[in-house]
Write a protein that binds this ligand. Structure first.
Ligand SMILES: *Cc1c(COP(=O)(O)O)cnc(C)c1O
Length: 228
């Protein structure tokens, strides 16, 4: 299926001068389709599966910024560590350790977002607020905390948060979930100046996400058409 150029240009126009990054979610789409969008100027692409991403990355221009947005297993980090631009779906300290180790091997600092569970659905991955606080507090300088364990991970840089709203037509509910995530983000940003990215908003809800303070949207079907 060809890229929906009109829709792509509409999104770019909507973003206008706002500082919001568009990540084109290309999961299940071919390298030809990705190349078509790349040729229109798109440089940020998102993928959910490690093997699919690694295969595509090898075939496509090297200046593409690849975002990993799916559930990531520790034993697969090494396949994407050499090139990944941003891992948006970090949901545990263990995974951060793994990413740090692979970052070190590749002599690079790998940027990550922590995925926060804001939807009511059970199926969505991510940290709940307690787990997030626990992980973030590792950053604290208090001697009683787990000794700044996060800061020991020199080859990982946490840049912010990612979240997905409930899959529902109830846009009031979606808005409330985005508002909630933004409030968590704001709180963390006052503690940590390295925090700058709030990734929220997909095809069905990105205008609301932008109104609620998103700095990065992840759009698949609106650009590439429905997935099989
Ligand atoms: C698939 C996916 C998207 C894009 O979804 P669309 O509704 O097609 O825009 C965004 N974020 C994540 C985490 C995804 O898995």
């Amino acid at each position: 299926m060809p890229v929906n150029k009109k829709s792509y240009e509409q999104i770019i126009a909507d973003l206008g001068s706002r500082h919001v990054t568009l990540v084109a979610v290309s999961k299940t789409k071919s390298v030809e389709e990705i190349k078509e969008l790349y040729d229109l100027g798109q440089k940020d692409f998102g993928e959910n599966y490690v093997q699919e991403l690694a295969t595509k990355q090898a075939q496509l221009p090297k200046d593409i910024r690849w975002h990993f947005i799916g559930h990531l297993q520790g034993n697969k980090v090494k396949q994407i560590a050499p090139f990944i631009h941003l891992i948006q779906s970090v949901d545990s300290y263990r995974l951060l350790q793994k990413i740090n180790k692979e970052g070190l091997k590749n002599d690079r600092v790998i940027e990550c977002l922590l995925q926060v569970h804001i939807a009511q659905e059970e199926t969505k991955f991510g940290l709940d607020e307690n787990e997030l606080n626990e992980l973030i507090n590792m950053n604290s300088d208090e001697p009683a905390s787990p000794a700044g364990r996060l800061q020991e991970l020199k080859n990982v840089q946490i840049r912010g948060l990612m979240g997905m709203a409930s899959f529902t037509d109830d846009m009031k509910k979606v808005r409330a979930e985005f508002k909630h995530l933004k409030s968590i983000f704001d709180k963390l940003q006052t503690l940590n100046s390295e925090f700058r990215t709030l990734s929220m908003g997909m095809s069905a809800d990105y205008p609301i996400a932008i109104e609620e303070g998103s700095t990065m949207i992840r759009i698949g079907s609106l650009i590439f058409g429905a997935r099989d």
